[in-house]
Design a protein around this ligand. Structure first.
Ligand SMILES: Nc1ncnc2c1ncn2[C@@H]1O[C@H](COP(=O)(O)OP(=O)(O)OP(=O)(O)O)[C@@H](O)[C@H]1O
Length: 219
């Protein structure tokens, strides 16, 4: 592992993507993680499974810096740029799908904006999303999930955290989304929490992790 661990949520140099060392995380009286250690190798897909309530979301939130560990260290490589999808869509309800997907980019000068809009339109069509002027509050649940996924994969991020991204989508839509998303995430570090073992097949050479009884381990 490259880099030097400094403190919880610290950034380190070298080839480290994301890692935990001896992490403990409690919510009140509920101990979620206890002495959890893991090194998520960069530029690989990591599929994270485990029973409901075992701590998969908590693990992703710790790695993203959205939660702090009660003990131990969470480490991120200095060059890590994070993107994330949450179990909830977390969209701006009054904006269109395209405006939501473009959000992480902020201001883009004309030439870049034009290129991005073309890329975005192609992505939406590939995933079966209508390109129109409706605010996302008028979209279906499955359409909203796809907007959240595209916002994540089209962001300028090299490390992507997905929390049950395909939940609630029908099989045909999942196939279309993954046919588009698979190649896009192949060159990045991916952490993918799911309850569905079939999703392993979407990745080449994935590392399978299990979160259970406070620990994070490879299977
Ligand atoms: N903000 C919070 N406040 C209190 N307890 C929480 C909070 N977030 C999570 N928990 C508790 O922490 C435990 C782990 O929750 P978490 O959402 O990480 O599990 P999970 O493995 O992602 O579950 P699922 O597969 O059902 O999404 C659960 O017991 C949950 O009730």
């Amino acid at each position: 592992m490259g880099g030097t661990a400094v403190s919880a949520g610290s950034q380190t140099g070298g080839d480290l993507a994301l890692a935990l060392r001896d992490v403990e995380k409690d919510y009140g009286a509920v101990r979620v993680l206890e002495g959890a250690s893991a090194n998520f190798e960069p530029l690989r897909p990591h599929v994270i499974m485990g029973p409901s309530g075992a701590g998969k979301t908590t693990l992703l939130r710790l790695l993203a810096g959205l939660e702090r560990p009660d003990a131990g260290e969470v480490m991120r490589g200095a060059d890590v740029r994070l993107g994330m999808t949450f179990q909830e869509d977390r969209l701006c309800e009054n904006l269109t799908a395209t405006a939501n997907i473009r959000l992480p980019h902020g201001y883009l000068p004309d030439e870049l904006l034009e290129r991005f809009l073309a890329e975005e339109r192609a992505a939406m069509e590939a995933c079966g999303l209508p390109v129109d002027a409706r605010p996302v509050r008028e979209l279906s649940g499955g359409q909203r999930r796809r907007v959240a996924i595209l916002r994540c994969v089209l962001a300028d991020a090299n490390t992507l955290l997905f929390d049950e991204p395909l939940k609630g989508m029908d099989e045909k839509t999942v196939d279309a989304v993954m046919a588009f998303v698979g190649p896009l995430v192949a060159e990045r570090t991916v952490l993918w929490a799911t309850h569905d073992e079939r999703e392993l097949a979407f990745f080449e050479n994935p590392v399978l992790w299990r979160v259970e009884d406070g620990h994070v381990s490879t299977c």
